[in-house]
Design a binder for this molecule. Structure first.
Ligand SMILES: Cc1cc2nc3c(=O)[nH]c(=O)nc-3n(C[C@H](O)[C@H](O)[C@H](O)COP(=O)(O)OP(=O)(O)OC[C@H]3O[C@@H](n4cnc5c(N)ncnc54)[C@H](O)[C@@H]3O)c2cc1C
Length: 404
């Protein structure tokens, strides 16, 4: 039986593996990371490359390594010299620099050797630990951490779901397997979405074929540096959040705190400039209906008499579906094990992110405890800290006085 099985080899799962093996004394050979992809951070690399982003939205202290200043130090090494470095505010690192540093951390601590390629499909108790059924056989571990992320569940608006099922040329930037670089040349491409990923993808396509791209947004570009107020990273807002005993209220607080569909000012400026010189067309309207024409093209019918847009290629950048990640196998485990969930379906965990003895959560699954930043890199760092410090002794302490 392993000491730890981490399910999910994204930023959250990989950082937890690092913290457990390098700081909490877990022997590396007693820990595995289960992920269906042949390398760690696969979904991070695919999603970020598909947006065309050059810089992260978060600052220089948010990265994979242990010490907050590690990325800054790495940027001064010869390995990093080739990459463009940081931009303000928050000293946001270049994606190339962030990725080079992540690769360096993984290599240095041989985390890739901890990867077990497979997908979890069942979770049951086994003795004083857990049995995880996977597509690569069953694995037993005393502790299991669920670091599933949402990158496998892109959000398809209702009008687009039908088009997808009948095989029209509509794609989602975050769909597993999609690769923007493989898009064939287009006459007119429409990028749908109002957040940072839509803006960046539209800019990247417009760079490739100027004057042929429309960015279709439901609202004017909303400008925010980060996807929630920086006060949520620390006690300024988290302390108050911890005092909320009603999980419906916690969910509402998270929803209100998130700047969904927002862009940092530098990206907004790039879009405005591209629109001014005609490299990109910016249309603000909501799609009410969509169909496929005899020519094979997709026609988007816009609300409030705003007309139609026709294109042989529609690219959605509409984010991720809000439902609890995991799917059927986790649903079954929740029922069979009687795991507590809030009305929104998300786990109720204690402050060590422990759901029940030996079972831990990170990322979206931890957001009712960590708050709006749970999905971000800082959320990964905070979750790993909490699990390694308090939770790893294993026993679950229920939370008193919380209202479900
Ligand atoms: C384009 C983009 C840019 C972003 N930029 C920033 C930024 O600048 N700063 C910031 O703080 N945050 C940013 N984020 C948010 C967040 O940090 C990233 O989404 C991050 O990759 C989330 O990591 P994760 O480990 O939770 O999830 P994922 O990257 O989704 O990894 C989870 C892994 O678990 C695997 N998995 C799922 N189910 C199973 C199963 N049953 N069995 C085994 N494995 C499974 C998945 O296949 C996946 O490989 C960004 C997100 C996106 C999409």
């Amino acid at each position: 039986m392993l000491d730890w099985l981490i399910i999910g080899g994204g930023i959250h799962g990989t950082h937890l593996a690092l913290v457990l093996t390098q700081r909490a004394g877990v022997a590396p050979e007693r820990l595995h990371i289960l992920d269906p992809h042949p390398s760690l951070l696969a979904r991070w690399h695919a999603c970020t490359a598909n947006t065309g982003m050059a810089f992260l939205r978060s600052g220089a202290v948010h990265h994979l390594a242990l010490a907050p200043e590690a990325l800054t130090h790495f940027a001064r090494t010869p390995d990093a010299q080739a990459h463009c470095h940081f931009i303000e505010p928050y000293r946001r690192p270049a994606l190339a620099l962030f990725n080079a540093h992540a690769a360096h951390v993984i290599e240095r601590h041989r985390l890739h050797e901890r990867l077990l390629v497979g997908r979890a499909c069942g979770l049951t108790r086994a003795g004083n630990g857990w049995r995880v059924e996977t597509t690569a056989g069953s694995v037993e571990a005393r502790h299991v951490a669920l670091a599933l992320g949402t990158a496998d569940q892109p959000h398809w608006p209702a009008w687009a779901q039908h088009l997808c099922t009948i095989g029209t040329p509509i794609q989602h930037i975050f769909a597993p397997g999609f690769c923007r670089a493989d898009l064939p040349p287009w006459e007119h491409a429409v990028v749908v979405g109002g957040g940072i990923s839509a803006a960046q993808a539209a800019l990247a396509l417009a760079q490739q074929q100027p004057g042929t791209v429309t960015l279709l947004t439901r609202h004017a570009l909303r400008q925010h540096d980060l996807d929630s107020d920086p006060g949520w990273i620390g006690p300024k807002y988290q302390a108050g959040f911890q005092q909320i005993t009603d999980y419906v209220q916690r969910r509402m607080t998270i929803q209100q705190a998130r700047h969904r569909g927002s862009v940092p000012p530098d990206v907004a400026e790039q879009v405005q400039q591209a629109a001014q010189v005609g490299r990109l067309r910016l249309v603000q309207a909501e799609v009410v209906q969509a169909d496929q024409q005899d020519s094979g093209q997709i026609r988007l019918i816009l609300a409030d008499g705003a007309g139609t847009l026709t294109s042989a290629g529609v690219l959605l950048a509409t984010g991720f579906a809000p439902q609890r990640p995991g799917g059927a196998w986790l649903d079954a485990a929740i029922t069979e094990l009687g795991l507590p969930v809030a009305p929104c379906g998300y786990p109720i965990v204690n402050s060590a992110l422990c759901w029940t003895d030996g079972l831990y959560v990170l990322g979206p699954l931890a957001e009712l405890e960590i708050g709006p930043v749970a999905r971000n890199i800082t959320g990964a760092r905070q979750a790993a800290e909490r699990i390694s410090q308090a939770g790893y002794t294993g026993s679950y302490r229920a939370i008193k006085g919380r209202k479900v």
